[in-house]
Write a protein that binds this ligand. Structure first.
Ligand code: FAD
Ligand code: FES
Length: 349
């Protein structure tokens, strides 16, 4: 019988648990406390997934026999009906016994969008961009393979895993992240305090917010530190990220970026450069509390977006930032009749 056991601090057994895929002869071991999804991937069994942290629900599997421990009870993808149905979020569940699970699919190779790998990384530089915002540059043990717009999961300490979007181009052993500190909250405090020379575990890539092919206009919308993913996409579209010539499209690109103050509008000058390098690039800023001399919109990022939406209804949209911002943008797009399958977003929580 199936049981999805919430995290109670129960000590995990010291031996690995064996997980068998129902109706097949495939099985893999999961080390004590290890997540089902990660263990499957490390064993070369690629189950469906997308966000890697409990946000999307793509990785749910049905436990036919055995018990699991949910490691992030508040994960948005956890549905109270899951326990009754024996369904668990594989990226945030650890077996507490041997298991038989039913997965919608299991492949021998990763999807091209998500060839996720484990890395060890050392912090090389820490650059203060604003009072509570830093850019971290890390050196990985091997080349980072991802699509601009995707994110990593950083292992910041025991039980402390948090997502950060890659802020620069792929294809080298360097990755950069723009990290905001939320005082008193564990993940961002730890990431913000990382010192050069310190090492962390990095899993990448995750996420579905990568550039889709086509000639439609691309609209990139960033709120706060959502700028990391949007900046990577803007660099790519500007052809500054090792973009193959064939991908240097001439389609119109509109970048909308909102923050509270000018000081928090980090990476603005870089965005000015990227949009200027595009054949048809446009940058629109919004500040909640503008300084004297600010020439952009006043208010949330939805203000300049709403003004231009009637002309951009046929675009592909890429939206990154805190949930309140991504929800507001999605609601606005819906009222303008934008097809939601054209909206790709990373909601930061
Ligand atoms: C796809 C994605 C990309 C992100 N990119 C950036 C970025 O580029 N820059 C940036 O500053 N922030 C980014 N974030 C937000 C970041 O991951 C943290 O949520 C934020 O730093 C606050 O973490 P905290 O621990 O300080 O706060 P907390 O309040 O402790 O946690 C905040 C959020 O972290 C998540 N969380 C909590 N516990 C767990 C857990 N056990 N496992 C996984 N997640 C958990 C939940 O979403 C929670 O709501 C991103 C988030 C997501 C989902
Ligand atoms: S909830 Fe597990 S991959 Fe998104």
């Amino acid at each position: 019988m199936t049981a999805s056991v919430p995290a109670t601090g129960t000590a995990a057994a010291a031996r690995p648990h064996r997980v068998t895929l129902a109706g097949t002869d495939r099985s893999f071991d999961v080390a004590p406390g290890e997540r089902l999804l990660g263990a499957a991937r490390r064993a070369g069994v690629w189950l469906p997934y997308e966000c890697g942290w409990g946000g999307c629900g793509t990785c749910k599997v049905q436990v036919v026999e055995g018990t699991t421990q949910l490691l992030f009870e508040a994960a948005p993808a956890v549905d109270p009906r899951d326990a009754r149905r024996g369904r668990v979020v594989a990226c945030q569940s650890a077996p507490t016994s041997d298991l038989v699970v039913k997965a919608p699919r299991a492949d021998d190779v990763p999807t091209p969008e998500r060839p996720t790998r484990d890395h060890r990384a050392r912090l090389e530089t820490r650059e203060e961009l604003a009072p509570d915002i830093v850019r971290l540059r890390l050196r990985l043990d091997r080349e980072a393979v991802y699509r601009p717009g995707q994110h990593a999961v950083l292992g910041l300490g025991p039980g402390l895993r948090r997502c950060y979007s890659m802020a620069g181009p792929p294809g080298s052993t360097e990755v950069s992240f723009v990290v905001k500190r939320y005082p008193g909250r564990p993940g961002s405090e730890r990431a913000f305090a990382l010192a050069p020379g310190e090492e962390v575990d990095v899993e990448l890539p995750y996420g579905d917010m990568w550039l889709r092919d086509g000639d439609r206009p691309a609209v990139l919308v960033a709120g706060g530190t959502g700028i990391s993913a949007i900046s990577a996409l803007a660099q790519h579209l500007a052809g500054q990220a090792g973009t193959p010539a064939a991908e240097r499209v001439s389609r119109p690109v509109h970048v909308f970026y909102g923050a509270a103050t000018r000081a928090e509008l980090v990476c603005w000058d870089e965005l000015v450069e990227h949009t200027a390098a595009m054949p048809d690039g446009h940058l629109h800023g919004a500040l909640v509390t503008p300084d004297a001399g600010w020439g952009g919109a006043v208010g949330f990022v939805t203000e300049p977006l709403a003004d231009r939406l009637p002309a951009l209804g046929d675009a592909d949209f890429y939206v990154a930032g805190p949930p309140v911002m991504t929800d507001a943008v999605t609601a606005l797009l819906r009222t303008h009749g934008v097809q939601l399958d054209r909206v790709h977003h990373d909601s930061f929580g």
